[in-house]
Design a protein around this ligand. Structure first.
Ligand code: ZN
Ligand code: FE
Length: 239
């Protein structure tokens, strides 16, 4: 399997997970159809499944067109069956979702929205975290509570350290400014920022990050209790 990053809209990332042997792919959070179609057509890959982490338009905007063009199935959290456009297959927390060679464990991580899930492709040691865990940040709490978001991040913290994190947006630089403002003596963070600057200067995504990097550098993952986490989340909203 190969994971291909598809930049979409202003700062979104969609991802293709590609089965090279069969020239088939799943897309995660297609913000829009066009850049996804362009890659698939240029590389003669057939799209089979559309996986959504949550219902926001910048994560499902391409569902309808991609489903129509490729006759692909749309997969999303059962609690969001009214909100995810064109949904076909309803999945639940802790479920092992399998289609042919594609296999992901579903982890329910509410907070940003009440129907947010992530896709943990354990064989690929990769997790697709949508707008819950970003590199050096976390999503805004739109529908859930602080403690829901905190608990969701705690679930992600438990994944193996070498797990690669593919999140929904390129927010890393802005997030790093916040981490540095409140964690100024973190040497791991400074090294990570150096690395981020090199990538951005070269026009490359800062994604994927890893659980290890985030445990060392992400101030939200580093908060040990929900009180600290909530204060930081409020501060970040006005940063
Ligand atoms: Zn969102
Ligand atoms: Fe988003």
């Amino acid at each position: 399997m190969e994971i291909k990053i598809i930049p979409c809209l202003q700062d979104n990332y969609s991802y293709l997970i590609i089965d090279k042997k069969n020239d088939t792919a799943c897309v995660i959070d297609p913000s829009e159809a066009e850049p996804v179609i362009e890659y698939l057509e240029n590389n003669k890959i057939k799209l089979k499944c559309i996986l959504n982490t949550h219902h926001h338009y910048d994560h499902v905007g391409g569902n309808q067109e991609l489903k129509k063009k490729y006759d692909a199935s749309v997969i999303g959290y059962k609690g969001d069956k009214e909100r995810i456009p064109e949904i076909d297959i309803l999945i639940n927390d802790q479920e092992n979702w399998i289609y042919k060679n594609f296999e992901a464990k579903i982890i329910y991580i509410p907070g940003h929205t009440l129907g947010h899930i992530c896709f943990y492709f354990h064989k690929e040691e990769s997790v697709f975290t949508g707008d819950t865990l970003f590199s050096l940040g976390c999503g805004r709490i739109f529908e859930g509570s602080y403690s829901q978001m905190f608990n969701s991040l705690m679930k992600l913290k438990k994944l193996p350290e070498n797990t690669k994190i593919y999140c929904g947006h390129e927010y890393t630089k802005k997030n790093s400014d916040f981490c540095l403002a409140y964690d100024a003596n973190n040497e791991n963070l400074k090294a990570k920022i150096n690395d981020i600057d090199i990538k951005l200067k070269a026009g490359l995504p800062t994604i994927p990050s890893t659980i290890k990097d985030e445990l060392e550098c992400n101030i939200f993952l580093r908060s040990s209790n929900v009180e600290t986490f909530s204060k930081l989340r409020d501060l970040k909203d006005d940063f």
